[in-house]
Design a protein around this ligand. Sequence first.
Ligand SMILES: *[C@@H]1O[C@H](CO)[C@@H](O)[C@H](O)[C@H]1NC(C)=O
Ligand SMILES: *[C@@H]1O[C@H](CO)[C@@H](O)[C@H](O)[C@H]1NC(C)=O
Ligand SMILES: *[C@@H]1O[C@H](CO)[C@@H](O)[C@H](O)[C@H]1NC(C)=O
Ligand SMILES: *[C@@H]1O[C@H](CO)[C@@H](O)[C@H](O)[C@H]1NC(C)=O
Length: 448
Amino acid sequence: MARWFHLSSFSANKLNGLSCVFLFLADIISTVEFNATGELLATGDKGGRVVVFQREQESKNQPHRRGEYNVYSTFQSHEPEFDYLKSLEIEEKINKIRWLPQQNAAYFLLSTNDKTVKLWKISERDKRPEGYNLKDEDGRIRDPTTITALRVPVLRPMDLMVEATARRIFANGHTYHINSISVNSDYETYMSTDDLRINLWNLEITNRSFNIVDIKPANMEDLTEVITAAEFHPSHCNTFVYSSSKGSVRLCDMRASALCDNHCKFFEEPEDPNNRSFFSEIISSISDVKFSHNGRYLMTRDYLTVKVWDLNMENKPLETYQVHDYLRSKLCSLYENDCIFDKFECVWNGSDSVIMTGSYNNFFRMFDRNTKRDVTLEASRENSKPRAILKPRKVCVGGKRRKDEISVDSLDFSKKILHTAWHPSENIIAVAATNNLYIFQDKTVVSS
Ligand SMILES: *[C@@H]1O[C@H](CO)[C@@H](O)[C@H](O)[C@H]1NC(C)=O
Ligand SMILES: *[C@@H]1O[C@H](CO)[C@@H](O)[C@H](O)[C@H]1NC(C)=O
Ligand SMILES: *[C@@H]1O[C@H](CO)[C@@H](O)[C@H](O)[C@H]1NC(C)=O
Ligand SMILES: *[C@@H]1O[C@H](CO)[C@@H](O)[C@H](O)[C@H]1NC(C)=O
């Protein structure tokens, strides 16, 4: 069997993990992201908070404890706001987090809600200065008449403190809701994407951005399509893609023109006329698009499938994986309960050989591109006993149900896995299931 049938859970209720998970992630998790080496994991939630976890260093006496992620820093990234011009509440929910590469002792990440992107600096402090000349230890200005001698301030050790400070606030760049942010491989710029426009920012400059895509029609009544996600190429800093609610992906080159309304590649699969229904357009809307790490492929997620595209083949995907094809007969009720509009994300593993994406009933799916094997796993507290091995789950459609199967009609559609992340170089995955964060790790890593 493929190695990832043995993913075993370790974080959720081992150590102090469980309590932390429930304590800090009191709200619905809205994004999960590893940093480029996988040692840090950030989550954002509906309440505007960011929680950063750090992986424990391996210790000789307890080798099995390697890999546990503990809370490193928690901070309030966004607050609810009110747009008086439009009489609209702006939610504090964190839509996306993106890490910047580490350049000094501090860590930097970008977080965004619907309107405002913030650059956060997370740094450690274990010393504090003492013995200022002009102020006392509490920061109050000293009475000059009492200053009789010149002191040399000293640094005294104190308990390690992790501080998060907002270094830049990129506001007023978006009229519509921001769905994506993506850091460019030049590490000097990033782009932010809303329903109709994509803006390019310099990480140092907050009062100015460049509009690089604008699909807003002159008359909003002509609007037929919105942008759903966008991402920079992992190594070509001039290239990016964006996906649309009509099931297409456009690849643009910023060298071609300042405003990239004319894409240079257009990826779309013609609809199968036999499958056309009232729901066709809704379920073909792309909820996520991701470049593979090597930059050769694109992966898109729509409501029922994940597709892998070769950048050199625009007219059809290279591979199509059914995530939960058994829902095809349930689209009507999924429309009525609004689930059909859920935005599932998708991720690659570090070597681009395996794909992961979420489903309902706290199920998530993995597809091995080489062996064509696939598996359905479940994120649940019963499953997350230390070193328990996740059992593959099966959904049965009609007919007789075997003992270990679950029928389509008993799936819980309120439990959905929209956000997941895969460690960049190991088989460690983070799965957000409403308020709970599960971190699963390959058994071979735990026992080695
Ligand atoms: C990711 O975080 C770890 C901190 O534990 C750090 O050592 C590493 O440099 C970070 N990686 C990058 C590429 O920023
Ligand atoms: C942005 O701010 C900088 C420095 O505060 C200022 O010099 C510059 O003119 C501003 N640019 C715009 C477009 O407002
Ligand atoms: C059409 O529907 C069938 C199942 O009903 C599915 O297997 C097939 O992939 C669909 N075709 C397209 C192009 O979506
Ligand atoms: C995914 O990629 C990582 C990093 O390259 C690799 O170590 C791992 O074995 C891959 N996972 C699977 C299930 O193939």
